[in-house]
Ligand binder design. Structure first.
Ligand code: ZN
Length: 345
């Protein structure tokens, strides 16, 4: 099976549904360490990576994102595995390509913030360029259909990533920023202004991903839509962020001043209805590239896909409360009054 290209899909007005959030999900499943957050699972349990790609496609993702996020030189050096860098990238791309080929979806290469970029530090900028270059070249060799460059807080780093994609590949570039607490880039630009500049610099898709949940990303997305002409990407974390704690990093455990990020975030997970509402709102705003980041799971992805008018294989098992023994149409007084009330009232 072969898939229509990203740009053709977007030009024809199609929505593109994109599953992200691999890092958090593998950590949750016990195959990756919180803290270092390096995708070692690619080398140690490759079959698990293939499986999660397949689960996300089963739930409606149009894109298989190669799991190379934080699989860059700086992160691998940090855990003493720099010698595994190329092996990890090549393997991740190979797994993703295979799943995309088997399912008729698109495969994206993935680069991200280098964790060493610094504004006005030529040495750090050059090192970041080299890190982007090597990962982009592996993505090209691995047959990526496009490249996702993401979670940048610095506009300069996002621009550098875009320049590298242009220089070292011919592939479409999706560039997304991770919005900070105040919604400003490191340079002090609003997300909307930064996205506009990235679009003007030639990014095919610009937008926001990670850090903010649906509730606090939507207002920024409206501003991005006003400033940008082309396709916009939106991939929030699946956590209940609030106006006073608008990022997952700023959420505090209720009744305490302890930050929930990262290990206590499950207390803030969104309901499926919120995810569905988010997808509906994105379509209303005019956002075509819709996905989810940290906290994502296939049941959320299915909500997005269905809101985009899809019926992925997982829709066969979408909730149907008419079949529920207490909620359903065959409900008896005994079940309604006795059992449900006993559990609720
Ligand atoms: Zn994320």
């Amino acid at each position: 099976m072969s898939a229509t290209g990203l740009l053709e899909k977007l030009r024809s007005g199609e929505d593109v549904v994109v599953a992200e959030g691999y890092l958090f999900e593998f950590e949750r499943r016990g195959y990756l360490r919180a803290g270092s957050y390096v995708p070692e699972v690619v080398l140690e349990y490759p079959e698990k990576v293939k499986e999660l790609h397949e689960e996300f496609v089963h739930a409606g993702s149009d894109v298989v994102l190669a799991f190379t996020y934080y699989g860059h030189r700086e992160k691998l050096r940090h855990i003493g595995r720099e010698s595994d860098l190329e092996k990890l990238n090549v393997k991740a791309l190979k797994i993703a390509r295979q799943v995309a080929d088997d399912t008729g979806t698109l495969m994206a290469g993935n680069i991200c913030n280098t964790c060493m970029y610094e504004i006005d530090n030529p040495k750090a900028i050059e090192a970041s360029r080299q890190m982007f270059k090597e990962q982009i070249e592996w993505a090209v060799a691995g047959g990526a259909d496009f490249i996702v460059a993401e979670t940048f807080n610095a506009m300069g780093e996002a621009l550098l990533a875009l320049q590298c994609i242009r220089e070292y590949s011919q592939l479409p570039a999706v560039i997304t920023l991770a919005s900070s607490l105040k919604g400003l880039t490191t340079e002090g630009l609003t997300s909307a202004e930064a996205c506009r500049r990235l679009e003007e610099a030639g990014a095919d898709v610009v937008g926001l991903n990670c850090t903010r949940g649906p509730a606090t990303m939507i207002p920024l997305l409206r501003e991005v839509r006003q400033q940008c002409k082309g396709p916009i990407a939106a991939l929030p974390v699946v956590y209940r962020t609030t106006p006073t704690q608008p990022t997952m990093q700023s959420l505090t455990v209720p009744g305490t001043d302890k930050y929930a990020f990262p290990v206590d975030l499950p207390a803030f997970t969104c309901g499926r209805t919120e995810v569905r509402e988010f997808a509906r709102e994105c379509r209303k705003i005019g956002i075509q590239y819709i996905g989810l980041c940290c906290g994502n799971n296939p049941h959320y992805m299915r909500e997005v896909a269905e809101k985009c008018g899809r019926k992925p294989p997982a829709s066969k098992y979408s909730p149907n409360m008419a079949e529920h023994y207490v909620y359903g149409s065959n409900i008896t007084d005994y079940h309604a009054k006795t059992l449900l009330h006993a559990q609720r009232d």
